[in-house]
Design a protein around this ligand. Structure first.
Ligand code: 13P
Length: 255
């Protein structure tokens, strides 16, 4: 973290978990546990049908509720999709875009990730843009090339002003849901590499202001040493974001 230069953000990605009632119970449980812990932003990204209940439960607290994806068109014949206009209409500010599960299971490409990112930003939303290499790419020594290319393609056409509303989540795919966490050194090196690419695109001064999270089996036991790295500005947390005690410990590590 480098709180002098950029905001630390601890975000949960609930994925396909929590009904509205379950989300309400979870937020009611965790709300007092994270109250007043203001050295980081706290966000939970929820399934579409759960968002409103979670927002209601989070009212008046330091917890924000986001979405897990958004389509790039405002409306139309796109069965099963939700637009930025719709999310804005119910008060959603944050949205995850480009998660590796979307890329892997739902055929999202850097092109669609870029379209979704631009649409969300144009609608005035804040984007958590996910990228990261798969295991074979890391083993082949091409991680920097992969994340560099994703950064450039996913942010094509996003100017420095719009970039203020982008958080990048570096999520090595081999670390997601596997219990295999990147070492703090690996996370630092790759988050630093992403910042170098941002510096080449937007200038060093702008790049220094961008929050770059790490995601992939981050938990209560490993968060402190990951967050101690200067280029790791927070976490995007899957499994541990479903357990109030574990998520709170990660928030504590960011204080
Ligand atoms: P896990 O924390 O369960 O590995 O998931 C990480 C993730 O995919 C967050 O978006």
């Amino acid at each position: 973290m480098n709180p002098a230069k950029r905001r630390t953000v601890i975000a949960g990605n609930w994925k396909m978990n929590f009904t509205p009632d379950e989300a309400t119970a979870f937020i009611n449980e965790i709300k007092p546990m994270v109250a007043g812990k203001d050295n980081c932003d706290i966000i939970f990204c929820a399934p579409y049908v759960t968002i409103s209940a979670a927002m209601k439960a989070a009212e008046g607290s330091n917890i924000k509720i986001g979405a897990e994806n958004v389509h790039f068109e405002e409306k139309g014949a796109y069965t099963g999709e939700v637009s930025a206009k719709m999310l804005k209409a119910i008060g959603v500010e944050y949205v995850i875009i480009g998660h590796s599960e979307r890329r892997q299971y739902f055929a999202e490409t850097d092109e669609t990730v870029n379209l979704r990112t631009k649409a969300a930003l144009a609608a005035g939303m804040k984007v958590i843009l996910c990228l990261g290499e798969v295991k074979e790419q890391r083993l082949s020594g091409i991680t920097n090339e992969v994340v560099g290319m994703q950064t450039k393609l996913d942010l094509a056409g996003v100017d420095a002003e719009a970039l203020k509303n982008v958080i990048i989540a570096y999520e090595p795919v081999w670390a997601i849901g596997t219990g295999l966490t990147a070492t703090p050194e690996q996370a630092e090196e790759t988050c630093g590499e992403i910042r170098k690419v941002l510096a080449a695109m937007y200038g060093a001064e702008v790049a220094e202001t961008v929050t770059i999270q790490y995601g992939g089996s981050m938990n209560d036991a490993n968060a402190a040493e990951l967050l101690a790295k200067p280029n790791v500005d927070g976490g995007l947390i899957g499994g541990a974001s479903l357990v109030a005690k574990k998520f709170t410990a990660i928030v504590d590590a960011a204080q």
